[in-house]
Design a protein around this ligand. Structure first.
Ligand code: ATP
Ligand code: ZN
Ligand code: ZN
Length: 810
């Protein structure tokens, strides 16, 4: 038997499968998708099995080398995913190994050791007796030891019978979490006697010991917990351990990703008319296995989640599985809570906040068929589920669904591919769908389902646009217009809650010299440094450069330096001055850096323990708090000036999403948006909750300027430390692509070369070409020639990246 293997070298010359022989002893244990070690030239490399060949061309016999060894006992990639990987490699113009690696759980990308765990010792003993081998009972045994004793086939047999299982242990100790635990080191009666013998001066020891004896049945207990309960110090604990009464141990804790979240069990609710119509439209596609794509355009608070839950319920009844993608799990704790609260068992949650061990556990549950619903961010679209009956993408307009580095895939494209493979419907949903998706709904490519009402006839909140140019004339001294201040005051008086957003897209606070206007810059990048108040440092957000704040201007030596722009921290201070009685929860990158912090802050606010939630755009999505009756946007404009043809779309989406947080409960809501561009079409359409109007006017602009959805776009970026080399290469590429037959009839437009929006990052110069074209195939064939030389270029210190349908322009 032979196998085709993709080897772990991202290079154009080896971007194809190589054939190896499968040694006899691996024939029964090897599987598609497993990682293997293979000889390659004079090296040993990791590779991934993509295909089996019963025989090969006799001419090749003798040239084929055997696989050195299997790295996995279980495959994480099924045949479907392997097939998908071929198509993605071609579509994205990247390396096959890069795509396959992106599909594997991150577990396998760190150093770990493999051990076998004994599950059924009786069966193990009798099986080994059958094989005439001696058996000793083990809890876990290192892989090498068991392999020395049993053949690969025998191990596979034990695994298949559920007698042993494979476990991966991460070698990087830093990632493991341990707690210290206490156990009794002597029998209870001995210690009871010892307790009686303690004299009056040792009352601390007595407290501790009697507590432990009382709780003997629950031991081992965490030291921390015991010390807190008994108000005893560590030194007492140590003394008693030294006496040989207690035993202290380090215990590894695998945290259940949902442990800290209390489950609120929920039942399916009767659907509203609009919800029911959407549900009924999608249901036949599930039952009849039709790979149709639906787009739910549902205003904020229209109850989209309830539709997902009921559809997934139906899929489960049919014995199938479902994937629900969310933009970023850390930002959507409420959504995860709703899904787990409805289904309890069989939900796997995948996200970057999980420890490696937790992630591995979730993957294993998926592969073993213990989870039928997967909720997760972008990469969860590769969950190795079998028999998928439904895929849902919530907040489908979010740019996090596209990976910004190689492989630059969009989860939506992968979802379409998988839905088609499984003959399952795909549901996209948003209050503000991307222009491209909505356009597909327009032409019937997707079935458009609209929810125009909030549940329970709650109205959408009225939105007021405050013209800050006028406010500035009146010399308001802070960022709050009198109108917004009054509205906040009113909510505080009524004990209702307020959400305030500081739009920091395309925005940062910097240090400015008031005398000469000099702004502090990063020496390695052409961008100003951002002031971080907490550390009193200036940091570059594009490289790791940071420095202290100078006392004088490096340009004119003036002492008059001041911070320009505002951070959430400064706004929080202003709020405290204006409303001393209000309690404020601040949510930004600084306050949510620690794991779980995001959810804690939201919980505090949700319990009504704070009056105002102040945050960056991370508070715009998905929050559902009944008592919020006012949403204020402090600065709506910054995201309008991003050098991106989607700036208007992004701003419209952000403002609409954040407005949607108001008035979701019993009490009516209100939104106040402060802007310096009150007449801008985006502001006007946001004000009227007019997504449809926005869509049509944006379509006109895209049509006039030849942008998606009328044209495809691709971005080719060249970077190098040598400005000249980067420039020369980008001009060469342009010449290469500017074929007259493509340029004719508006088939292709090439913008550039231009410098990146930030011309220099980390001492690399950036040049870009933006291609806009109608015929995908022709242009991709041309770009293939650029791709084929990526390696050669890299050797010259010129790095080229190709991004089809780019969502980010640096
Ligand atoms: N059929 C229903 N009957 C009663 N309440 C419902 C029903 N459907 C949803 N709800 C409630 O209405 C609120 C809004 O629903 P949900 O959060 O799903 O809206 P959404 O469309 O996802 O909004 P957004 O786009 O703003 O996130 C929630 O509190 C939800 O529990
Ligand atoms: Zn100066
Ligand atoms: Zn920098």
């Amino acid at each position: 038997m032979f196998a085709e293997v993709i080897v772990d070298i991202p290079a154009a010359q080896v971007n194809r499968p190589f054939t190896y022989e499968v040694p006899e002893n691996y024939q029964f244990s090897i599987d598609i998708g497993m990682r293997v070690e293979v000889p390659f030239g004079s090296r040993q490399l990791m590779g991934i099995v993509v295909k089996f060949l019963p025989k090969i061309d006799p001419a090749l016999a003798g040239k084929i080398r055997p696989i050195t060894r299997l790295l996995d006992y279980q495959s994480f990639l099924n045949e479907e995913l392997i097939e998908l990987s071929y198509d993605m490699t071609e579509e994205l113009q990247t390396f096959h190994i890069t795509v396959l690696s992106a599909m594997l759980p991150s577990m396998l990308k760190v150093k770990y050791e493999t051990v076998f765990k004994l599950l059924d010792s009786a069966a193990y003993q009798s099986q080994l007796a059958d094989w005439r081998l001696s058996s000793e009972i083990f809890e876990t045994i290192p892989r090498e030891s068991l392999e020395a004793k049993l053949s690969a086939g025998q191990i596979k047999q034990l695994l298949d019978a559920g007698i042993i299982e494979v476990e991966y242990r991460v070698l990087n100790q830093a990632r493991k979490k341990y707690i210290e635990t206490i156990q009794l080191a002597q029998p209870v009666d001995v210690l009871e006697e010892a307790l009686a013998g303690l004299d009056g001066r040792s009352h601390k020891q007595r407290d501790l010991l009697s507590y432990l004896l009382e709780h003997a049945a629950e031991l081992p207990l965490a030291s921390k917990q015991v010390l807190e309960a008994t108000a005893v110090s560590r030194s007492t604990l140590k003394t008693m351990a030294e006496k040989g009464w207690l035993e202290l141990a380090q215990q590894e804790v695998y945290r259940d990703p949902l442990a800290e979240q209390t489950l609120h069990k929920t039942q399916a609710r009767p659907l509203t008319e609009e919800q029911a119509a959407a549900y009924q439209a999608i249901l036949p596609a599930i039952e009849n296995h039709e790979p149709k794509t639906f787009l739910i355009e549902g205003v904020t608070g229209s109850g989209k989640t309830e539709i997902y839950l009921q559809l997934m319920e139906r899929v489960r009844q049919l014995g199938q599985t479902a994937i629900l993608l969310v933009p970023e799990i850390a930002l959507t704790p409420q959504m995860v809570g709703r899904v787990t609260g409805r289904f309890e068992k069989g939900v796997a949650v995948l996200h970057s906040g999980l420890s490696v061990a937790e992630k591995y556990d979730e993957w294993r549950r998926i592969i073993n068929g213990d989870a039928s619903i997967v909720v997760g961010a972008r990469s969860s679209i590769f969950a190795p589920l079998a028999n998928i009956g439904l895929i849902i993408i919530d907040e489908e307009h979010e740019t996090t669904y596209k990976q910004s580095d190689n492989p630059r895939y969009h989860a939506l494209d992968v979802a379409k591919w998988r839905a088609k493979y499984h003959q399952a419907p795909l549901v996209l949903a948003s209050a503000t769908p991307s222009i491209e998706s909505r356009a597909r709904g327009e032409v019937g490519n997707y079935e458009l389902l609209r929810l125009t009402q909030r549940v329970n006839q709650r109205p959408l909140p009225p939105i007021e646009i405050v013209d800050m140019t006028q406010v500035a004339v009146q010399e308001t001294l802070n960022e709050f217009s009198p109108r917004l201040q009054a509205a906040i005051q009113e909510r505080l008086a009524k004990q209702e809650q307020v959400v305030l957003m500081l739009n920091r897209r395309g925005y940062a606070s910097s240090i400015l010299c008031r005398e000469c206007g000099h702004v502090m810059q990063c020496p390695r990048c052409d961008i100003s440094l951002t002031y971080h108040k907490a550390e009193h440092q200036l940091k570059c957000h594009y490289c790791d450069y940071h420095q202290g704040v100078p006392s004088t201007c490096p340009n004119c030596q003036s002492h008059y330096l001041r911070t320009q722009g505002m951070g959430t921290q400064r706004i929080a201070e202003t709020l405290q001055e204006l409303f001393p009685e209000a309690s404020v929860v601040r949510m930004d990158n600084d306050t949510t850096r620690r794991k779980g912090q995001h959810r804690k802050l939201l919980d505090t606010f949700g319990r009504g323990e704070a009056d105002i939630l102040l945050g960056t755009q991370m508070i715009a999505k998905g929050l559902d708090f009944e008592k919020v009756t006012l949403v204020g946007v402090i600065n709506a404009d910054t995201s309008l000036s991003i050098p991106d043809f989607r700036a208007g779309e992004k701003t419209f989406q952000l403002l609409t999403q954040v407005s949607g947080r108001a008035g979701r409960g019993e009490f009516p809501g209100e939104v106040i948006i402060q802007t310096y561009n009150p007449d801008h079409y985006v502001m006007q359409l946001v004000k009227d909750h007019n997504y449809e109007g926005f869509f049509y006017s944006e379509m006109q602009r895209r049509h006039l300027t030849n942008y998606p959805p009328y044209y495809y776009t691709s971005l080719i970026t060249v970077k190098s430390k040598h400005q000249g080399k980067a420039m020369r290469r980008i001009y060469d590429i342009k010449t290469q692509l500017a074929r007259p037959e493509w340029l004719a009839n508006d088939q292709l437009h090439i913008l550039g070369p231009s410098q990146g929006a930030i011309a220099r990052i980390n001492d690399h110069y950036y040049y870009q070409l933006l291609l806009k074209y109608k015929q995908k195939d022709a242009i991709h064939a041309g770009v293939q020639e650029v791709f084929a030389k990526i390696q050669e270029d890299a050797k010259q210190g010129v790095y080229i990246s190709i991004d089809h349908n780019p969502l980010q322009f640096i």
